[in-house]
Design a binder for this molecule. Structure first.
Ligand SMILES: Cc1cc2nc3c(=O)[nH]c(=O)nc-3n(C[C@H](O)[C@H](O)[C@H](O)COP(=O)(O)OP(=O)(O)OC[C@H]3O[C@@H](n4cnc5c(N)ncnc54)[C@H](O)[C@@H]3O)c2cc1C
Length: 434
């Protein structure tokens, strides 16, 4: 019997430490600097003076960059361990940064760790892992969001260099990053899954310019950190190719598979926190001579939230287990299912929590509007919900065949006729004897 929902005592001890550390020492940072964009800005001396000692404590505890192998200073955690860990980090805006596992740097570090040359690791990965620099992942294009087969940004080999031309859209944190990992077309004569490659482009390389920063949701015009980037005859040395030529799509799938799962794991943590807020509010606020908690509608909202969260958490943990067992490629349907469930769960839970807090919930004095908007964005970023539902359904359909006759195989009269044929002799004997 191998089903087991318990956690090994050593890991549980680490998780308990993390839970206390995040609540007591990291969450105050969220209160001081709630803007998530600041977590990427390594130039603010006041912030670094607080963050670096916290990062040091995490290193001493052996919990730094747990998604990376020990040879790179990480813990080599599997996805199930990472899921349990990330649901604690998901409570806080700053916690992923304090634990060296912040997206997109964590995914970019994974790419460099798996596919980088020793020179690339020394120049880009080491300072990234040390938390000294930030990075950007540049894949989406303005005319071709979710569909890489529409990508046009191209790199052409010219002697010892590659020359890049084209545009990239929504490259998060470009202005705070030291380098970009760009996925571009290197051979337009073959399908994109064989004709794209990844390049490391240091910020400041001539020919790579910021057209403008794009904001999301509550950002005002001119605010925002998502770079609209243009490459014009941008030359990078041949040594800046990451992985093999033509392997860009495969690298992207590896990176995004893990990334999508990590977002889901952190979302579990954010939802757990919202449920805590709901319970506290229900027990604190009075109405019509009683507590909100005494009202059946409020009790149902709390129960529905717990049930939805429990289902989602188990789905995420099971997808993580599938990835550990079979790898991202064979666990694709589980990751796609989680990607679809994540925004819905975050939106449902944050909406209920916001609603229960009334005007306070809708105000900028609570984190619930931000959480609700994060849910909306999670349904778009890393590919819209529809695309993941499509690929999930296609994958499921591969396991099935069309019915042979006129009616489905579960058609009751057809099945009854088959069963009568099968047991005809027994039934006839029974009739004859009675
Ligand atoms: C906050 C945020 C951060 C991001 N960060 C990065 C980053 O760092 N690097 C990067 O490269 N990209 C980034 N992105 C871009 C993100 O990956 C894209 O937004 C995503 O791939 C979808 O592309 P799109 O926005 O152009 O939407 P589109 O592809 O235009 O899709 C818009 C809508 O069209 C419909 N649709 C699209 N395709 C289908 C389909 N096949 N079937 C049915 N309906 C469909 C859906 O309703 C979908 O929501 C980020 C996006 C956000 C919102």
């Amino acid at each position: 019997m191998s089903w087991d929902f318990s956690t090994e005592p050593e890991l549980q001890e680490q998780l308990d430490w993390m839970d206390r550390f995040v609540r007591e020492e990291v969450e105050p940072l969220d209160a001081l600097f709630p803007n998530v964009d600041l977590t990427y800005d390594k130039s603010r001396a006041d912030i670094q003076a607080i963050v670096r000692p916290l990062q040091q404590k995490v290193r001493e505890r052996g919990l730094w960059a747990c998604h990376l192998p020990p040879s790179l200073g990480g813990m080599g955690f599997g996805n199930v361990q990472l899921a349990l860990m990330n649901e604690i980090l998901g409570r806080s805006v700053w916690a992923p940064s304090v634990f060296g596992s912040q997206a997109p740097d964590s995914g970019n570090a994974e790419l460099l760790a798996h596919f980088g040359t020793p020179e690339q690791k020394a120049r880009y990965l080491e300072p990234l892992l040390a938390g000294e620099i930030s990075s950007t992942y540049s894949m989406t294009e303005p005319q071709a969001g979710a569909d890489p087969s529409e990508f046009r940004c191209r790199a052409v080999r010219d002697g010892d260099h590659w020359v890049i031309n084209g545009e990239k859209w929504f490259s998060s944190n470009f202005t705070l990053a030291s380098f970009v990992i760009a996925m571009v077309i290197t051979d337009p004569t073959v399908p994109v899954h064989r004709g794209s490659s990844m390049f490391l482009v240091p910020v400041g390389t001539p020919g790579m310019e910021l057209v403008r920063n794009v904001g999301v949701m509550k950002d005002r015009p001119g605010e925002g950190v998502h770079g609209y980037i243009r490459f014009t005859d941008c030359r990078v040395p041949a040594g800046n190719l990451l992985g093999e030529e033509g392997a860009g799509f495969r690298l992207a799938q590896t990176r995004l598979g893990g990334g999508r799962l990590h977002h889901a794991m952190r979302s579990v943590g954010a939802c757990k926190r919202a449920l805590e807020m709901m319970c506290e509010r229900a027990l604190s606020r009075r109405t019509r001579g009683g507590l909100l908690a005494d009202r059946q509608a409020v009790q149902h909202a709390i129960a529905d939230t717990w049930i939805q969260l429990e289902q989602f958490r188990l789905q995420v943990l099971h997808a993580a287990w599938q990835c550990d067992r079979h790898g991202y490629e064979r666990a694709r349907r589980y990751v796609a299912g989680v990607k679809v469930a994540t925004p819905k769960t975050v939106m449902d839970v944050s909406y209920r929590a916001l609603h229960l807090h009334g005007s306070l919930g809708a105000s900028n004095e609570m984190p619930l509007v931000d959480m609700l908007l994060t849910g909306v964005v999670l349904g778009i970023a890393d590919g819209p919900t529809e695309v993941h539902k499509d690929s999930l359904a296609k994958d499921l359909l591969k396991d099935h065949r069309p019915a042979e006759g006129l009616f489905p195989t579960t058609h009751l009269p057809t099945r009854a006729a088959e069963a009568r044929r099968r047991f005809a002799a027994v039934l006839e004997r029974h009739v004859a004897n009675s």
